[in-house]
Design a protein around this ligand. Structure first.
Ligand code: HEM
Length: 448
């Protein structure tokens, strides 16, 4: 979808409008405002200065984002290596071309409907166990509690935690996992004794050692956890992953699933805490569910569906995607030279008034069948990306988010003070810096 003829297209200016430190600080302070200003000033492709140097652009608006993600002339490859390469090494998102295609075909077999049903069956008791530890409190720190919850779900559903008999070992693995996840938010991206990058490098090594050691047991168990499943999935030609591939994909999947799911649930807790009418509405919808709803039942919750979509519009867990050009190309009438880093700004599209009415407002009804504002443009709502790298865990994440939210709604009522807006960290994936304190009240009388 490269726009404009080559002769009409203008080369993107090599010189960035904003210096690297100023630009990085402006982005971290308010990414959406930064994107808006670039869009107003430069249109769909804006030159920026990025840490590490070299030519770089921000890609803005759904036309341009769609063109890059669909990658018609194959000019773009993933650009994540620089940001998360050491920890996500050879994860699916970091592969390209034929190799990516082959690995994705195999990995897809771990996310079929049948597999998701099996993961969901294991999710219910795991979520119930975690929520059983929550206690009502006036300033309950929702974000760290949700992070703990999703981490434990990952250990159970992904890694087959029940096979880890030694609690000290389980702790070590959880710690290593947390260290790796936190590195994405490191400002200093060089290992210096004791810093985030250093801890993450050690964490990655611990995870590799642990998963490699557990591989024979995971293979033998033939279980329904993701780790066991990865040891035996194969594509139509019977190709399977080698041991190193299983370990690399496991580590990436743990990371890909963790902060993203936590972010969506925590955004939903914030908005449902702020809008008690919506909280009651989705609670009423979920009350008819039994303690262990099926995938079908969880998918058939239209109000909750609208709330989740609206939360992912307002706070996309992955607000920008990283790409780089391997040849000269053209996007929205602007020519981009080979070797340029491209930051695909999904978040801006979620807020453009051309596509959304009152984009700043929490208004789940915009996704109702009567309005379907997300259909205003194919890439107006794109929290899961698009093109060949579109999120592979989308269906599973949706079920995980629904399972967690329905169980929370069944156990608690909560609110946030009027006018409270959580201060967000935007160094890597967005999260509330203050831990999202909520007034958590328990218990809700079920069906009452
Ligand atoms: C709300 C939750 C989630 C969001 C918003 C999200 C978002 C994304 C986005 C935007 C991408 C595209 C990256 C790119 O194009 O560079 C992606 C890729 C990916 N996601 Fe998710 N994700 C979520 C949850 C999950 C979960 C739960 C899993 C696994 C269980 C997962 C697995 C993956 C994988 C494997 C890829 C790489 C796909 C590829 O490169 O072919 N994600 N995700």
């Amino acid at each position: 979808m490269a726009a404009g003829s080559p002769s009409a297209a203008r080369w993107i200016r090599a010189k960035a409008a904003v210096p690297v430190i100023g630009g990085s600080l402006a982005y971290m302070h308010d990414p959406l405002e930064f994107m808006r200003q670039l869009h107003d000033r430069h249109g769909a492709v804006a030159p920026v200065a990025m840490p590490g140097g070299g030519p770089a652009v921000f890609v803005l608006g759904p036309d341009a984002c769609g063109a890059v993600l669909q990658n018609g002339d194959k000019a773009f490859v993933n650009g994540w290596e620089l940001l998360v390469g050491p920890f996500f090494h050879r994860g699916l998102m970091l592969l390209d071309g034929a190799e990516h295609k082959q690995h994705r075909r195999i990995l897809q077999q771990a996310f079929t409907r049948g597999r998701i049903e099996a993961y969901t069956a294991a999710l219910h008791p795991a979520v119930a166990g975690e929520l059983g530890t929550w206690r009502a409190a006036a300033r309950f720190p929702a974000y760290p509690a949700l992070k703990r919850l999703t981490l434990n779900l990952a250990t159970q559903i992904f890694m087959g935690g029940h096979r880890i008999a030694d609690p000290a070992e389980l702790d070590r693995v959880n710690r290593a996992f947390i260290d790796c996840v936190q590195a994405a938010g490191a400002i200093l991206r060089v290992a210096v004794a004791g810093n985030k990058w250093h801890r993450a490098t050690r964490g990655r090594a611990t995870l590799e050692r642990f998963l490699t050691g557990q591989l024979p047991a995971a293979r033998e168990a033939g279980g329904d956890d993701l780790f066991s499943v990865l040891t035996r999935v194969e594509d139509e030609d019977g190709t399977r992953f080698g041991d190193a591939d299983v370990v690399n994909h496991m580590i990436f999947l743990l990371m890909a699933a963790h902060d993203t799911t936590t972010s969506t649930v925590s955004t939903a807790m914030y908005h449902l805490g702020r809008h008690p009418d919506w909280q009651e509405r989705v609670r009423a919808e979920t009350q008819a569910l039994g303690p262990e709803p099926t995938v079908q039942q969880l998918n058939d919750l239209p109000d909750l569906d609208m709330v989740i979509k609206e939360c992912q519009r307002l706070v996309p867990p992955v607000p920008v995607l990283a790409r780089r050009t391997v040849k000269d190309t053209e996007v929205a009438g602007r020519r981009i030279a080979a070797g340029t880093r491209a930051v695909v700004c999904l978040q801006l599209s979620h807020y453009l008034p051309e596509y959304w009415t009152r984009p700043e407002a929490f208004d789940p009804e915009r996704f109702s069948p009567q309005r379907r504002e997300d259909r205003s443009h194919r890439f107006a709502w794109a929290p899961f990306g698009g093109g060949v790298h579109k999120c592979l865990g989308m269906a599973f994440s949706d079920i995980e988010v629904r399972t967690v939210l329905t169980q929370i709604l069944g156990r608690f009522r909560w609110s946030v003070p009027a006018g409270y807006v959580p201060p967000m960290s935007n160094v890597s994936l967005p999260y509330p810096k203050d831990g999202l304190p909520i007034d958590l009240r328990a218990p809700v009388a079920l069906n009452g």
